[in-house]
Design a protein around this ligand. Structure first.
Ligand code: F6P
Length: 328
């Protein structure tokens, strides 16, 4: 490779953690080492930049973490980094350590901070998409999404067992503040009778019509998967409204919550994280900045932060239709 545009880089994980962040970190550290670039880990996201919490990392600092959940660097949603004073402190610490490139592993909040930091101080920054929500434009999948999906699927399968035994209707909430990717795919994979997501305009009438069709078809138990960010109402509101419409139904609510954020990353997430961590370092070496490394159609691509944050991957309408057809 030609002369590198960076000599000393720092890497951090920020925002909601996601399985595979450690695998991405490992890839960043080992790629840097391979190309003779010094690498520092920054603890607790942008707070570590502000509080000067840097630690020199080498290939052995990331041993045995490819399969570990969470992030050994720890993560935070830094409020101080949202202030100009906070970012100034962060920049001063980068200068102190001679950092000329930064890899930020996280989601859209992380990239928003990275973009401002780059624009204010000119330090080269590359993002690596790590969030279970899969709500980042410029990559087919985000790191952690596949693992979270499988966790949700396993949990819903278990709920299915007890729902069937008791002829019950379950409303199951999965994560996704603004996005329904986990709900749609875990719902399809577990045969949910209905899937409610923020990207689709849902109505209680449609939900009731689905229950009626299910009943007619002889279904004795049902699961409705609801994304956290569903606009129609909270999962408890939906359960209450359903009880009012169908007094005979024995209804239960289950919120899967943060269980979806933990656990050992799947093979797909480990491979994705390794490729993107590598891509981020190579991107910095080539002088790229203010972009996110992503995989599209199995190719490494770089998307400007601006687009990655503002644009959205569309929900696949075919999957939506398929889940409706196959559920009953
Ligand atoms: O962005 C990932 C995510 O897990 C969302 O799905 C969820 O809404 C949010 O983080 C929860 O954040 P926190 O862990 O801060 O409560």
């Amino acid at each position: 490779m030609n002369k590198s545009a960076v000599k000393k880089i720092a890497v951090l994980t920020s925002g909601g953690d996601a399985p595979g962040m450690n695998a991405a970190l490992r890839a960043v550290v080992r790629t840097a080492n391979h190309y003779d670039i010094e690498c520092f880990g920054v603890r607790e996201g942008y707070n570590g930049l502000i509080n000067d919490d840097f630690t020199k990392m080498g290939p052995r600092s990331v041993k045995n973490i490819i399969g570990a959940g969470g992030t050994i660097l720890r993560s935070a949603r830094s409020l101080e980094f949202k202030t100009k004073e906070g970012r100034q402190k962060a920049y001063d610490n980068c200068v102190k350590h001679g950092i000329d490139g930064l890899v930020c592993i996280g989601g859209d909040g992380t990239f928003t901070g990275a973009k401002i930091f780059n624009e204010e101080f000119g330090i080269k920054v590359i993002g690596v998409p790590g969030t279970i929500d899969n709500d980042i434009f410029g990559t087919d999948n985000t790191i952690g999404y596949d693992t979270a999906l499988n966790t949700a699927m396993d949990a819903i399968d278990k709920i299915r067992d007890t729902a069937t035994s008791h002829n019950r209707v379950f409303f199951v909430e999965v994560m996704g503040r603004d996005a329904g990717f986990i709900a749609l795919n875990s719902g399809l994979a577990t045969g949910a009778v209905d899937i409610l997501i923020p990207e689709k305009k849902d109505s209680i009438e449609d939900l009731f019509a689905t229950f009626e069709r299910a009943e007619k078809a002889g279904k004795s138990s049902s699961i409705v998967v609801v994304a956290e960010g569903e606009q129609l109402g909270s999962i408890y509101d939906l359960a209450k409204a359903t009880k009012a419409g169908f007094p005979d139904y024995d209804i239960r609510v289950a919120i899967l919550g943060h269980i979806q954020r933990g656990g050992s990353p799947s093979c797909a997430d480990r491979v994705l994280a390794s490729r993107l961590g590598f891509g981020a370092v190579v991107g910095l070496m080539k002088g790229k900045t203010n972009v996110m490394a992503g995989l599209q159609s199995n190719n490494l691509v770089f998307t400007p932060f601006e687009e990655a944050i503002k644009k959205h991957n569309e929900i696949n309408q075919e999957l939506m239709l398929l889940s409706e057809i196959l559920a009953i």
